[in-house]
Design a protein around this ligand. Structure first.
Ligand code: BDR
Ligand code: CA
Length: 323
C-alpha cells in the first residue's frame, strides 16, 4: 500500500529532485505540496514547484503558498547555492498549473483530516508552515503518522559551523515542531552530504529526450556562480531527495533514537544538538537541564544503494511500468 505524503518544500534544486522522486515512486502517494520561503522567495518557490510537477508528468495536485518569511528571523534566501531563480538557472518550461486558492496551513489541515490513513509530512525546507499548522490546528497532531524532515546535523553545519540551513533559517519553527510530540525522523547533513550521482551519469541524463530524466540531469549538473565569479564544483548530491528515498527504503540508513534540541540563541542559533552520550549525563547536576525531544536520527547511509534507488525511479519508463 502506498504512503500518503504531504511535501513541504522551498524549491530549490534538491527539492526539485525530491518532488520528482516522490511523484515517480509507485509506493508514494503525494496528496499535495506546500511551499515556504527558503532557498528562494515564496513566489519563485511556488512557480518552480509547479514547473517541476510538469516535468515529472504529475497528476493535478494541490500546491499551496505558505509563509513568506520565518516566524521571527529576517527573510533570507540561499541564492549563493541555488542561484537567483532557486533552480541554478535550469530553465524548466513555464507551466499552466495554478496554485491552490487556499494557503499552505489550510491545505495541510484539509489533506491531513481528509485522509483515511494517517499522513506522513516530509519537510524539506524551513519548518515555518509546519509550526504554523501545529499552532493553528493542533487537532491534526493525532492524524500525522510522522514527520520526516531534512534538516539539522549531528556534526558540523553548513549555514554556520554548527547549524544546517533549514533549521538555522527558522529555529523557532523547528523547536515548535520537535516539541509537538509527533514521531519525528531527522534526515540531517550527516547523510544528506553522502548521496551523490556520478557526473557522467548526470551528463547522460541531461541528454535524454524524456523531460524528467533531462531535467534531473540538468539540475544535478547545475553550476551556480559563487563569490568573485568562481564556479561551483559538481557535487551531484541528491540532497532533499534522500529524505524521500528513506520513506521507501529505510533499511538503507542506520538510525538511532536520540534526544535532540534546537539552540535558539548566540552563535549556535539553529544548531540541532543531538545527545549521543552512551551514559546518563550530568546536566541536572550542573544546572543545565533542558528540553529534549526523542528523534530518530539518520546517522549513516548506504549511499550507492540510495543513489541507485533515486536513479531507477526518476528514469523509470513510466509508459511501460503503467501498462
Ligand atoms: C537544505 O537547505 C537547502 O539548501 C536544501 O534544499 C536543503 O533542504 C540543506 O541544508
Ligand atoms: Ca530544501
Amino acid at each position: 500500500m502506498s504512503i500518503p505524503v504531504i511535501l513541504d518544500v522551498d524549491t530549490g534544486i534538491d527539492d526539485a529532485l525530491a518532488i520528482a522522486f516522490a511523484i515517480r515512486h509507485p509506493d508514494i502517494d503525494v496528496l499535495g505540496i506546500t511551499c515556504v520561503a527558503g532557498n528562494a522567495p515564496l513566489p519563485q518557490v511556488v512557480d518552480n514547484t509547479l514547473r517541476v510537477l510538469d516535468a515529472a508528468g504529475a497528476p493535478d495536485l494541490p500546491v499551496a503558498a505558505g509563509a513568506v518569511r520565518p516566524l521571527i528571523a529576517a527573510a533570507r534566501t540561499s541564492a549563493g547555492v541555488h542561484g537567483d531563480d532557486g533552480l541554478g538557472g535550469v530553465a524548466l518550461p513555464p507551466t499552466g498549473r495554478q496554485p491552490s486558492p487556499h494557503g499552505a496551513v489550510e491545505l495541510m489541515r484539509g489533506l491531513i483530516l481528509g485522509s483515511d490513513r494517517p499522513v506522513t509530512v516530509v519537510a524539506l525546507a524551513p519548518q515555518t508552515n509546519l509550526a504554523l499548522l501545529l499552532r493553528t490546528h493542533p487537532d491534526v497532531t493525532d492524524r500525522i503518522e510522522r514527520i520526516v524532515f531534512m534538516g539539522g546535523s549531528a556534526g558540523p553545519g553548513n549555514a554556520t559551523a554548527v547549524a544546517e540551513f533549514n533549521v538555522w533559517h527558522d529555529p523557532e519553527a523547528a523547536a515548535i515542531v520537535l516539541a509537538a510530540g509527533i514521531p519525528t525522523y531527522m534526515y540531517g547533513l550527516d547523510v544528506f552530504n553522502a548521496v551523490a550521482i556520478d557526473h557522467a551519469v548526470a551528463t547522460a541524463l541531461a541528454a535524454e529526450d524524456e523531460p524528467l530524466p533531462r531535467a534531473v540531469g540538468m539540475l544535478l549538473d547545475h553550476r551556480v556562480a559563487l563569490r568573485d565569479g568562481e564556479g561551483a564544483e559538481y557535487t551531484g548530491l541528491i540532497g532533499d531527495a534522500g529524505a524521500v528515498c528513506s520513506l521507501v527504503d529505510p533499511g538503507a540508513l542506520r538510525t538511532e533514537v536520540r534526544p535532540v534540541r534546537v539552540e535558539l540563541a548566540g552563535y549556535a542559533r539553529g544548531q540541532t544538538v543531538v545527545d549521543r552520550r552512551r551514559f546518563v549525563g550530568e546536566d541536572d547536576l550542573h544546572g543545565q537541564a533542558a528540553d529534549w525531544a526523542d528523534v530518530e536520527v539518520a546517522l549513516e547511509v548506504d549511499a550507492a544503494r540510495m543513489a541507485r534507488l533515486f536513479l531507477d525511479t526518476v528514469s523509470r519508463d513510466v509508459a511501460r511500468s503503467e501498462r
